[in-house]
Design a protein around this ligand. Structure first.
Ligand code: NAD
Length: 494
């Protein structure tokens, strides 16, 4: 059985704890590899390595750091197929979906190559007579990233591209469920010219995360995962005096107004609800059908579900793969078993592939879901789309705003005025207008509101640059010593 190693000081290193965590092949249900969960000592070694690399990497010029990112971009591009195949192998998503993830990751590398421009400070000449004031941005030191299983290539790139190019060094704790791609990226960073120790990977789980949170030399934590863990990491990290951004779960509502094109809305709901088997934090999990659009919309979604090809990533015709683990598949299926008063229109448990050894579940559609049911309240994170019926636009917005989560939302309508009002009204971090998965491009930042994000700054883009640097303001003058005098008054501008 293959061991997926740590990456310390520029090379792959075997784990020593003996505590093996399985890495499954979700398409076959068989174990394909394992990681050896990092001990406290191994995690600390990664931090020591990153700390030792920091002064040298920080001193590298802006153009040198950008150059490493340019080279890394070329290497990732040249290895697209291999990276996507590795993502599919451990995550189970289709190769096309994995390639899409990678394309969005590449955007983040491209953004980071612009750091020389993004790190420019401000300068005020003659703020007072003979006095200039200017601001500069400096890296924090060692920063850590803790990432979820659902985007094993892209989410780490959301973090480390900006962190590194700003001059920090990085320790990544990837998901233990699909960890291999982190090592491939580490090796490509090395080939791109990143000094050894500037990027380290520790495989593992809670123990490694807790070590990173407690370590006094880790200055900042970026976390992406489920809400309970995001909240816990945020609370423990800030208590330890660190800068923390912790992105959590979601329950993304797609509001369909009565004037929407039913076919276009159904296409969007199916794409965004079942893409990646619903294991996306920006997946649509609730369709809010307003007024008379509900019946034709439910029929159109149901009809499309029948045409979705569910299968392993090795099948080029497959459009939707398995779920990440057997346990997770069973948990998701449990929502269909306990659907209460809701109407299960399409039951994915009945798809033939759902009875095989892989962790498959067919696309499922549940109508007339009430807002007090677990189907509506919980983040299911699987191919289960709930339909909630609303009488009016106001009722629909109330649903979006009353939900615990506020990651993404979308409106489908032909009415520009209604869409503009929606954008104004909703309490949510990312909004799509006739766009079901409104993941911002890399030169904006990604982040939800409410229980979808703990912290102040969103991830990647301009917020990412701000998160991974701190500003310093310099007040400077070069007076003629002959004019010097004692003045006990508080410095004021003249
Ligand atoms: P998860 O919360 O189980 O795990 C995320 C990371 O935290 C992993 O690296 C894991 O090893 C670690 N972890 C798990 N338990 C821990 C504990 N008790 N203490 C410390 N660390 C712990 O999430 P997941 O199942 O890997 O990913 C799916 C979740 O991530 C979903 O809730 C999804 O919405 C969310 N997600 C959010 C975003 C976003 O941008 N908001 C993006 C992707 C995924």
């Amino acid at each position: 059985m293959r061991e997926i190693k740590h990456w310390l000081d520029g090379q792959a290193v075997s784990g020593t704890s003996g505590r093996q965590l399985p890495v499954w092949d979700p398409a076959t249900g068989e174990q394909q590899a394992y990681v050896v969960a990092a001990t406290k000592a191994e995690t600390e070694r990664a931090v020591v390595s990153a700390l030792a690399a920091f002064p040298g990497w920080r001193a590298a010029s802006l153009s040198r750091r950008a150059e490493v990112m340019f080279r890394f971009r070329e290497l990732v591009d040249a290895n697209r197929k291999e990276i996507a195949a590795l993502v599919s192998l451990e995550h189970g998503k289709t190769v096309a979906d994995a390639a899409g993830e990678l394309a969005r990751g590449l955007e983040n590398i491209e953004f980071a190559t612009g750091a020389p421009h993004l790190l420019k400070g401000g300068y005020s000449e003659q703020a007072s007579t003979g006095v200039d004031v200017y601001s500069i941005r400096q890296p924090l030191g060692v920063v850590a990233g803790i990432t979820p299983f659902n985007f094993p290539a892209m989410v780490p790139m959301w973090m480390f591209c900006n962190a590194l190019v700003c001059g920090n060094t990085f320790v990544l704790k990837p998901s233990e469920k699909d960890p291999s791609v982190s090592l491939l990226l580490a090796d490509l960073l090395r080939q791109a010219g990143l000094p050894d120790g500037a990027f380290n990977v520790v495989q593992g789980d809670r123990e490694a995360v807790e070590t990173l949170i407690a370590h006094p030399d880790v200055e900042a934590l970026s976390f992406v995962g489920s809400t309970p863990i995001a909240r816990a990491v945020y609370e423990a990290g800030t208590r330890a005096g660190k800068r923390v951004q912790a992105l959590g779960g979601a329950k993304n509502h797609m509001v369909v107004l009565p004037d929407a094109d039913v076919d276009a809305a159904a296409d969007a709901a199916v794409s965004a609800g079942y893409g990646s088997a619903g294991e996306r934090c920006m997946a649509v999990s609730v369709v809010v059908a307003v007024g008379a659009v509900a019946d034709p919309l439910v029929a159109a979604i149901g009809e499309r579900i029948g045409r979705i090809a569910v299968g392993p990533a090795t099948d080029p015709a497959a459009e939707m793969g398995p779920l990440i683990t057997r346990e997770h598949r069973d948990r998701v299926a449990g929502y269909l078993a306990d659907s209460g008063t809701a109407e299960v229109v399409v039951d994915g448990r009945q798809a033939p592939i759902a009875s095989g050894p892989g962790f498959f579940l067919g696309a499922s559609l549940v109508d007339r879901v009430s807002t007090d049911s677990p189907l509506y309240r919980d983040e299911i994170f699987g191919p289960v789309l709930s339909v909630v019926r609303a009488e009016t636009y106001d009722e629909a917005v109330k649903l979006v705003n009353g939900n615990e989560y506020g990651n993404g939302t979308a409106i489908f309508t032909r009415d520009g005025g209604a869409a503009r009002q929606f954008q104004y009204d909703v309490v949510c971090g990312m909004v799509g207008v006739n766009v079901p998965v409104p993941v911002p491009v890399a030169y904006y930042s990604f982040g939800g509101w409410k229980s979808s994000l703990f912290g102040d700054l969103h991830m990647y883009g301009p917020d990412g640059i701000q998160f991974y640097t701190r500003s310093k303001v310099v007040t400077s003058r070069w007076p003629d010593p002959a004019t010097s005098e004692v003045d006990l008054g508080f410095p004021k501008v003249r």
